[in-house]
Design a protein around this ligand. Structure first.
Ligand SMILES: Cc1ncc(COP(=O)(O)O)c(C=O)c1O
Length: 388
């Protein structure tokens, strides 16, 4: 079998490698506790499940969906969500497209925008798909280091002019995966200014915009004046409504970018299962109060895990948002050797920071999307971990 160069150069997705490691451990009878992935462990609210159930029973639900990039009613529900949540008015006909999860949209929007000779500005550490999508398109990736001394924001002033000249796309993501950092209006303003001056598309990945704690409310970049002239924002029901497996996301903002991704997608996929559309609409339009209660559960876990880590000498910052604790590894360990040691000794699986880029060295990412009783068990096991 001959494979394309693209596929030969493609590394396996980091979490696929973990899955193989875990299968071997499980075969040895190890009770593995997964604190490595950001897949919400709690179900969506009842009204969302009911909407999906009703739709599944409707005989008209099972054919190809009539609208590839979201029904008018779903797109209107996204627009209403943006109005209610961020006071941003979007035109659902031109400025919003539904996606089969934001991961798919991140990949395909990149294909629509860049090619060989272009540069993608990509945070490091960062969600791996930004980089993979750019490499697949044949473009060069210029990493933007996220470091603690800069509050895990990229240093926009340090990007060389020559790189900016070739840049067609820049990714930012707040609340951030994997660092748990957040960004304010001032940072968004500076990023938009850079995009305007250098004529590239600023892509804000806001997958965690409704997973926030202690009264903190993440902003939308589209709240800023003129943002839609040069920016889009990705959002998704995955983390906001505990619907990661349903595969429904959105990209909103710049109308030209929205039109380009529609063109790509109409050639590749055939839209969203209508029962998922019905559930998504119910989520976006329904009562939002349960989200605060869900976030309170996460916040309690977050604090419990931070205390458990402190017990073995690891002091991590308290994230204001996202599903992750970004913790420095103990002295004498690399990101990978610490994650491996913890897994081998305790069965607790966390992600080495290097899964997210070179700058992730020295850190591990711990997910708080793990059921309370499993977190309790994990913390008991972690207490017995020895740096041997
Ligand atoms: C930063 C970030 N963006 C996008 C995604 C993908 O989300 P979706 O389920 O909408 O594809 C994830 C998933 O973990 C993520 O962490």
């Amino acid at each position: 079998m001959h494979f394309s160069k693209r596929v030969e150069n493609l590394k396996p997705y980091p979490f696929a490698r973990t899955a193989e490691k875990l299968a071997a451990l499980k075969a040895r009878g190890v009770d593995v506790i997964r604190m490595d992935i950001g897949s919400p462990d709690m179900p969506p609210a009842e009204h969302i499940l009911a909407a999906a159930e009703n739709a599944v029973r409707d005989p008209g639900t099972h054919g190809y969906p009539a609208f590839g990039y979201g029904t008018p009613s779903l797109l209107a529900a996204v627009a209403d969500y943006y109005k209610a949540r961020f006071e941003v008015a979007l035109d659902p006909k031109r400025e919003i497209t539904a996606l089969l999860g934001s991961k798919e949209g991140i990949f395909h929007l990149t294909q629509a925008l860049i090619q060989e000779g272009d540069v993608a500005l990509v945070p490091d550490p960062g969600y791996p798909v930004y980089r993979v999508a750019a490499e697949w398109a044949g473009a060069d990736v210029h990493p933007l280091p996220l470091r603690r001394e800069k509050e895990f924001l990229p240093d926009l002033d340090s990007i060389p002019q020559e790189v900016l000249r070739r840049a067609r796309i820049m990714w930012i993501n707040y609340p951030n995966n994997p660092t748990g950092a957040v960004a304010g209006r001032d940072f968004y303003e500076r990023a938009l200014d850079l995009a305007r001056r250098n004529n590239f598309l600023l892509c804000h990945d806001a997958a965690y915009s409704d997973v926030a704690y202690d009264g903190y409310r993440p902003k939308s970049i589209l709240e800023l004046d003129g943002a839609r002239g040069c920016a889009v924002e990705f959002n998704s029901v995955s983390k906001t409504y505990n619907m990661a497996g349903w595969r429904l996301g959105f990209v909103s903002g710049n109308a030209d970018a929205v039109s380009a991704i529609r063109k790509v997608k109409s050639n590749i996929d055939s839209g969203i299962f209508p029962a998922v559309t019905a559930a998504g609409e119910a989520a976006l339009r329904g009562d939002q109060a349960w989200i605060a209660a869900r976030n309170a559960v996460y916040a309690k876990r977050r604090d419990r895990i931070l205390a458990g880590l402190a017990g073995i000498g690891i002091r991590a910052d308290t994230p204001k948002a996202s599903l992750y604790i970004w913790a420095p590894v103990p002295d004498g360990f690399t990101a990978e050797s610490f994650a491996d040691s913890l897994l081998e000794q305790t069965g607790v699986c966390i992600s080495p920071g290097t899964f997210f880029g070179r700058e992730g060295e020295g850190y591990v990412r711990i997910s708080i999307a793990t059921p309370d009783e499993r977190v309790r068990e994990a913390l008991q096991k972690i207490r017995r971990w020895k740096p041997s």
